[in-house]
Design a protein around this ligand. Sequence first.
Ligand code: NAI
Ligand code: OAA
Length: 273
Amino acid sequence: MTIRSHRPLRVALIGWGAISRRVAALLSNSPSAGDIAIVAIGVRSTARAQDIPTGAVLITDPAQLAGLKPDLVVEAAGREAVAIWGEAALRSAPAFAIASASALTDASLLERLLQTAEACGSQLILPPGALAGIDAIAAASVLPLDEVVHSIVKPPAAWRGTLAEDMIALDGLSAPAVFFTGSAREAAVRFPQNANVAVISALAGIGLDRTRVELVADPGVAANCHRLSVSGAFGRLDIAIENRPLAGNPKSSEMAALSLVRTIRNRIAPLSR
Ligand SMILES: NC(=O)C1=CN([C@@H]2O[C@H](COP(=O)(O)OP(=O)(O)OC[C@H]3O[C@@H](n4cnc5c(N)ncnc54)[C@H](O)[C@@H]3O)[C@@H](O)[C@H]2O)C=CC1
Ligand SMILES: O=C([O-])CC(=O)C(=O)O
């Protein structure tokens, strides 16, 4: 349920990396700044977490969430963080929004989160993240879908430090290299910093095992690009987005932060859009 209150929306962010910092900066510069208070930042260690928003406290233990009475907990920390913080978030807040959708490939974790949400009357929210058109795919899935193909094309720098390094010579590329084709499940499990979006398109449409994913390193692009091709009883959808990478992390797109800002604002906006 959308929350409309006269006090600021109390938001706890989990993770204080590129996405969370961008979300906090965008919120503080927006017209809704006075309506939204970041009350806590969940971190693994307080030692390196600096420049946190005024009024926010650093927390390291998920049990601390309950005392803060958040209206919304937002994760942008990584796959493991969803398992660590998720159940406490759903017990202490009406909603828990996650960026690290790859965590949901773990069926037992997903089941635990959904059971907690049901028992507590809270909601697990999966924002569209770096993608476009997820609303249309989810609506289209009311009728049978035949095929969903998700192509993720990023500059070589975005694939550094991932399994892609063992599959292709990232530094020597002179043309686009497709280094993975497989299911959304497999893509998200193997590339948890780059293919969370595969879980988002899969859960909107025909599921983790039927959604086909292609991963590409392209020295000719500067953007993190997503193309979704969907066919089914509704008709056809073909949608492409070229996202500017975040300054703080080339693997992540600006749109991933923008999408979380939208999710947060929609909790209080009289017009949800
Ligand atoms: N849904 C989407 O479209 C996208 C989702 N993502 C997800 O968002 C995550 C965050 O992205 P960035 O901010 O760019 O990464 P980042 O690496 O810049 O920041 C992640 C931060 O979370 C912290 N962290 C890790 N485990 C934690 C835990 N258990 N508790 C608290 N903090 C923890 C790290 O120390 C780091 O400071 C990615 O790992 C990825 O899973 C990223 C891009 C797009
Ligand atoms: O930001 C993006 O373009 C997608 C991404 O990294 C992810 O899904 O993990």
